[in-house]
Ligand binder design. Sequence first.
Ligand code: MLT
Length: 411
Amino acid sequence: MARINDHYRKLRAGYLFPEIGRRVKAFQEANPKARIIRLGIGDVTLPLAPAVVEAFRNAVDEMATAEGFRGYGPEQGYDFLVDAIRKHDFEARGVSIAQDEVFVSDGSKCDSGNLQEIFGASCRFAVVDPVYPVYVDTNVMAGRTGPADESGRFTGITYLPATEANGFVPEPPAERVDLVYLCTPNNPTGAAATREQLARWVAWAHANDAVIVFDAAYEAYITDPALPRSIYELEGAKECAIEMRSFSKRAGFTGVRCAYTVVPKALTGSTDTGERIPLNALWSRRQSTKFNGVSYPVQRAAAAVYSEAGLVQTAAQIAFYMENARRLREGLGRAGFTLFGGIHAPYIWMRTPRRLGSWEFFDRLLTQAHVVGTPGAGFGPSGEGYLRLSAFNSRENVDEAVDRVRRAFGA
Ligand code: MLT
């Protein structure tokens, strides 16, 4: 008898975004004339930047020649990409990262879900609440939690509520945890931690021998130059943090798939007997066993993001989405909604009107305005009473969505 992994049964039947997709599809089938505007899943809408496309094409052409053909690549990524990452994302900000500390992958979703495998089953972890659901769900699958209660909180997880009162950036927990997931700028609230706030997290991790899994997938959307873009800008972070970055939102790679994770060699975990083991070696072992790398053309396309033209073109894409965010924030703000985020992230975190529940507001938004958002409760119990709007769409759709929401629900 093939026994299933019972931990899966602790999870809600469907992952958040497919569940939204199912409801939207049902509505569209019942109302074929409705023109639905999708501000739900944070999926980019602009085409790839010309510099990226050119590099992508050239690499495919190379693969079509006997001299240029490549089979399996280096497991952690080609040097040309790893070196571009080190130079532009770290050296430019005064941080030195070694070649073998960078692991190129096919997405931060996979990395953030897989990283928990290198930690012991008894590790206790904390998450900011609300947050990207992958951190919690993958730890539930791995058996690190008990069941969920009625509010959706799993026993065994320390939830750190991100609220209006703390500006959606919680302080480190008083209770002992071994691992914490931080996402800043945050998905879904859009809040970005300041240097001082991150410094407190790093100091806490050192004092508690804890590891921070730092998800910086949205760092390119930070508009305030004083905010840290990498946790390694903070003194001592290399001894306590893993950082994930992605080309998905930064350069429109959601369908192309490329990201990377930095695991510093100075970062260690402990065995039962107290022996210290570098996490870099464990992650390398995990990746080389279960992953065969990102394709050569995709890595060439990613490296082109750092070319002179690539930097200019992708910055223009980000500016376009951030103008959408401004229109959502200001347009809906004028209509009386209470909104957060949208300044350092492509997400607007909106308080539901008239204290509606997240899913109830989601359904009303869909049926009355034909606009799709993401219910805040889908990101964790503290997201109840909020809805996330994504700025990834055309200007025309964003402006029309503001109008429709204002007409349907405005104060
Ligand atoms: C989101 O909408 O939260 C993201 O697109 C999900 C992801 O990046 O996997």
